[in-house]
Design a protein around this ligand. Sequence first.
Ligand code: MRU
Length: 363
Amino acid sequence: MKINGKPWRPVWLENDGWAVGIIDQTRLPFAFETLRLENLDQAAHAISAMQVRGAPLIGATAAFGMALAMRQNASDPNLGAAYDRLLRTRPTAINLKWALDDMRQRLAPIAPNERVPAANARAAQIVEEDVEINRMIGVHGLDLIRQIAAKKDGPVNILTHCNAGWLATCDWGTATSPIYQAHDAGIPVHVWVDETRPRNQGGHLTAWELMNHGVPHTVIVDNAGGHLMQRGEVDLCFTGTDRTTATGDVCNKIGTYLKALAAQDNGVPFYVCLPSPTIDWTVRDGIAEIPIEERNAAEVTNVAGLAENGAVVQARVVSPGSSAANPAFDVTPARLVTGLVTERGVAEATAEGLAGLFPEKAA
Ligand code: MRU
């Protein structure tokens, strides 16, 4: 997507052919800064510190991290050590393991002196595949927006949670891809952007993306969605996911479950947009089996913001001395999900629905 007319992706291979560039998402929206990653440590830190975040982008960055590790030491033991190190960076998004498994499988059988170019080539290919997958999610999601637009006057009001936008992927985003494509096709859309405490990925990142693309949007506090749905001000919800089970349960940013409950109570369609590498075919019960990342309590007790003098400051918003808990994801049971928008089309959120679209994986 473009920023001030210039196309950007959130991760790229630098012109020297080996270092990796990223947009530092911890600095957005207050500053646009890029970082250069030169080794495994820096790649692992970028993921765990959320300089890059969002399930597909975590996977792509980890793939490049494997290439950087091979450049440092292309031996068999280091292949295994780099895999283990990167896998520990974040526990919930399955795209991380998907990308690492893919890289290890391809690199293990080849000679160490061939591993660096092979790793870079495959990481770059993972990026291109993700871009195309997300474009196709947008094509299928656009049909859903069109159907609603045909039945009403005025913009289609879409609620989204967290950032499942182009910053969370290699381009387009998942939940935002249909929105960008509808906007570009001249269909009037308006997006309700959940701010998404504690890290405010909605208020910081989704709002910044939509503004840069000129898509009308309004940021709301996380608790406002149910109220807006009761008043008929939400036509549909689109969210992303960090891991979807083979039976259609959806794990996503904390608060997604409450939006799905409110959507069901109000008859609002609740769609989850996902690339197939986000499906964990080994898991059937999302609540029992998906590990939920517990992040630092400081993300709850403090918020980052822009002070009147232009400085970015951290402010404490919780009574001093009180402790805080910070589960970062929750699981929305499949029964609350209207449909799963994938690169191959829209599936029912059931084992049969997913198997119908991905028979080779389900088997
Ligand atoms: O903790 P984050 O910011 O990595 O969480 C991101 C989300 O929950 C996204 O909705 C999800 O990864 C889907 S991104 C296309």
